[in-house]
Design a protein around this ligand. Structure first.
Ligand code: MLT
Length: 316
């Protein structure tokens, strides 16, 4: 009976009830950008549903993720989160949920490169000069991030480890406030996703030095930036992926409907245009299926845990 009822319920899901998409970082940042573009692209495949974004920042995305983990498993509360789902288990203590068992996995959304950027007043004009500046200013460098466990924090860990330079971490509720302070010169460096940094690089409000991907990017704005590997940081490679989740126990018929809607949204030309314009690559491989998504997150947890522990000196 319950399955039948759930089945009937799934048929008219979501109906006129509002869906809340929790974003575990401040409004205006890269995660928020992906969420709002995705919410727009999900409306039609979900029958004109109303989807509102709820920014619940803090603790490297684990506060927002915890809110969704304990929400009613009815399909009306979703989580849009990034690589933090694979770093939280290693970096954030006393998390009130288990990434691998407390969520339904609804599919991966995209992959986003990161850029190493500085305040506009930085004298260096290329990575070589920046590297010299870093070496000459050990102990005086402020490096922004969005809290322990965030993408910018992970990139910052790896960057400090690769340059053997400990920097002062300056945490924010997201990289929207972080990049604002960078533009104002309050902090020196930030490693952040192109979905957030592209407009500010274009406006010359920050200086860009390199990208974190293994290959150079192809967007006109960023194609001339070297990779950090080219710049001499061996094996440096960080790409930020985003996934969609519901609370564990969401009826399978509803989870399936949400995954189908996601796959339709990922083929939406407008969604692809917006995302690619900001350097993101919309997902189209096996990770857009729930089982592919879950396997990928499990592999990422296994990948990042030893890397973080090796770089761990700067974890707090
Ligand atoms: C954001 O949306 O603010 C970023 O994802 C924060 C981060 O993870 O660096």
């Amino acid at each position: 009976i319950a399955a039948a009822v759930a089945g009937v319920h799934a048929q008219d899901f979501p109906g006129s009830k509002t869906i809340t998409m929790v974003v575990p970082f401040a409004a205006g940042g890269p995660t928020d950008r992906v969420a709002r573009d995705l919410a727009e692209a999900l409306r039609k495949p979900l029958g004109g549903a109303t989807i509102v974004v709820d920014n619940v920042p803090g603790a490297g995305s684990s506060i927002g993720a915890a809110k969704v983990a304990r929400a009613a498993p009815d399909g009306y509360t979703l989580l849009l989160n990034h690589i933090g789902m694979s770093t939280i288990p290693t970096l954030v203590r006393n998390v009130p949920f288990k990434v691998e068992t407390d969520f339904e996995y609804l599919g991966i959304v995209n992959d986003v490169p990161m850029t190493l950027i500085s305040r506009p007043t930085m004298a260096a004009n290329n990575y070589k000069e920046l590297s010299a500046w870093i070496a000459a200013n050990k102990g005086k460098i402020n490096l922004g991030n969005a809290g322990v466990g965030s993408a910018s924090h992970l990139c910052g860990l790896l960057f400090q480890s690769a340059t053997k330079t400990e920097m002062t971490p300056v945490p924010y509720k997201g990289t929207a406030p972080a990049i604002t302070d960078l533009m104002g010169g309050q902090i020196d460096l930030l490693c952040d996703q192109t979905t957030n940094t592209s407009p500010q690089i274009e406006a010359k409000k920050v200086k860009a030095f390199a990208v974190t991907t293994s290959k150079r990017l192809t967007t006109p704005l960023l194609k001339d930036l070297p990779t950090l590997q080219e710049a001499g940081l061996k094996d440096f490679q960080v790409t930020i992926w985003h996934g969609l989740y519901a609370p564990k126990g969401t009826p399978p018929a509803i989870a399936k409907k949400l995954n189908e809607a996601l796959k339709t949204a990922l083929k939406d030309p407008e969604f692809i245009r917006k995302q690619e314009g900001l350097g993101a690559v919309v997902a189209s491989d096996g990770r857009i299926e729930p089982e592919g998504h879950k396997k990928f997150v499990q592999a990422e947890i296994a990948k990042w845990s030893p890397i973080i522990k090796a770089a761990g000196v700067y974890a707090d």
